[in-house]
Ligand binder design. Sequence first.
Ligand SMILES: C[S@@+](CC[C@H](N)C(=O)[O-])C[C@H]1O[C@@H](n2cnc3c(N)ncnc32)[C@H](O)[C@@H]1O
Length: 208
Amino acid sequence: MVDKDVVRRGYDELAETYAAERSEEDRERAALEAFFESLPASPTVLDAGCGQGTPVLQRGSEDGAVAAVGIDFSREQLELAAANAPMASLVQGDLTDLPFHDGVFDAVIALHSLIHVPLDDHRTVLEECARVLRPGGRVLVSEGLEEWRGENPDWLETGVEMQWHVAGAATTRTQLRETGFEIVDERGVSGTLCEDERWVYVAGRLEN
Ligand SMILES: C[S@@+](CC[C@H](N)C(=O)[O-])C[C@H]1O[C@@H](n2cnc3c(N)ncnc32)[C@H](O)[C@@H]1O
């Protein structure tokens, strides 16, 4: 079982190391580009588990055409996001209980954040994403191919513990459909920390 306090404390302690190691590979860039192109003009976008604010908040807010909002429960990650994406609005909070009104976003993007949420809460996070989206709004979620649960007491050689519960692509697809999304795109993406990892980026559209 993932302990959310361990995850939050972990990111507070290793925020700078994660940001330094995190790369954006070409297929991720293409997936994000295609997703942003699918949105209406001047969209309001929530980066759910925004971490250090890259790539989503930085890309989303750099030309002023996107109203970008980031949420994360790690204070240190939000400090980095404020520096990397000064135009974005930032909120400290939990993905299972988004502090936003219903129907206020055109899109929610959750890259490598759902995988740190206890599996029993994944569906709640997707329900929260659906709740804060306008009808026809879009979601983009990154997910591992297969279910995997694990912990590393020395992640990124920082001496800091980190925990994950990856639901796997099939479960996430099912949960997206059950929470009202039609799946409109799915792409394979290599690791952002290590090249031999494989992720899928699943895009969904909220059915009216
Ligand atoms: C691997 S980082 C990803 C950061 C960024 N989205 C990216 O693609 O690089 C995961 C982020 O999700 C945040 N996170 C994990 N579980 C969360 C939760 N339940 N509520 C809010 N933030 C959470 C962590 O604090 C961390 O900043």
